[in-house]
Design a protein around this ligand. Structure first.
Ligand SMILES: *[C@@H]1O[C@H](CO)[C@@H](O)[C@H](O)[C@H]1NC(C)=O
Ligand SMILES: *[C@@H]1O[C@H](CO)[C@@H](O)[C@H](O)[C@H]1NC(C)=O
Length: 256
């Protein structure tokens, strides 16, 4: 009986996934509200994980994947970006309702309707306004998977200075055409939703639009490799570390 239910659940997840089942692979093993070197405070109406340099005028907003801002590795990556000298803020864009891999009643379709990228974009505006009130003068956004689409939308606005997309999901060609700030996109060689051919097409568009951009395809890794990796697998760790460093280098170049 249990197996049947698990199979049913799995087929629902696979059928309903945003663009490809990869979105759900390798979920965090647990949520950890107290993980990381930083602290959770309110920012622009959202509970937000703060880390890095508190009084920096250069801020990075991290927008998580569907598993939210309490995933342990996500917090570690936020701390790492912060230690490069930025104020890093990771708001809870899911309002306490991330995808919970252990919830047997999880309804993918209902969740997706609740948490659209458009909603994320709207929620980001008061966060940006609150950062500016704190005296922040330049803002970069890094969006991961689900958050990558929100980051792409923000990159088409005047709200931010630059964006880094880590294996973003469901970004449209039109959204790439709208981008107006310097942008970096890190993709996996093995990502059905964002294959290398599509990334190359994005590069052609950004190049034609004379934008400062950086696109890199990481060999031998899958969608999600920068925040949902096996921490005891040397290759997985090395690939993720390289992506984190590329992210830091991009923000250092664009914001400092
Ligand atoms: C939708 O959002 C509401 C309010 O945030 C929440 O109470 C509800 O559980 C959510 N439903 C799903 C399926 O995520
Ligand atoms: C993680 O990687 C280690 C070392 O390669 C391996 O032994 C282990 O089975 C992996 N764990 C998972 C859950 O894949």
């Amino acid at each position: 009986m249990k197996t049947v239910i698990q199979l049913l659940l799995l087929s629902t997840l696979l059928a309903g996934c945003m663009s490809h089942s990869d979105c759900f692979k390798n979920p965090p093993s647990f949520f950890c509200p107290t993980c990381g070197e930083g602290t959770v405070k309110e920012l622009g109406g959202l509970k937000t994980y703060f880390t890095g340099r508190p009084y920096s005028k250069l801020a990075v907003i991290m927008i998580s994947d569907i598993y939210g801002y309490e995933a342990p590795i996500f917090r570690k990556v936020a701390d790492k970006v912060g230690s490069a000298g930025f104020l890093v803020v990771a708001p809870d864009f899911f309002h306490g309702n991330p995808v919970d891999p252990n919830d047997p009643t999880f309804d993918r379709v209902a969740w997706g309707k609740n948490h659209t990228a458009d909603k994320g974009y709207d929620d980001a505006k008061p966060v940006i306004a609150a950062l500016k009130r704190k005296g922040v003068s330049a803002i970069g956004v890094t969006g991961i998977c689900w958050g990558g689409k929100v980051a792409a939308k923000l990159a088409g606005s005047d709200y931010i200075q630059t964006a880094v997309l880590l294996h973003p999901s469901r970004v449209t060609i039109d959204e790439i055409k709208e981008v107006k700030v310097p942008i970096a996109v890190l993709g996996a060689e093995l990502d059905k939703g964002l294959p290398p051919e599509l990334l190359k097409q994005w590069g052609d568009i950004l190049s034609a639009n004379k934008l400062d951009y950086f696109i890199k395809i990481f060999p031998g890794v899958r969608h999600g490799w920068t925040v949902r990796y096996n921490e005891t697998d040397t290759f997985a760790v090395k690939s993720a570390d390289e992506a984190h460093q590329d992210t830091i280098n991009w923000f250092t170049k664009q914001l400092k």
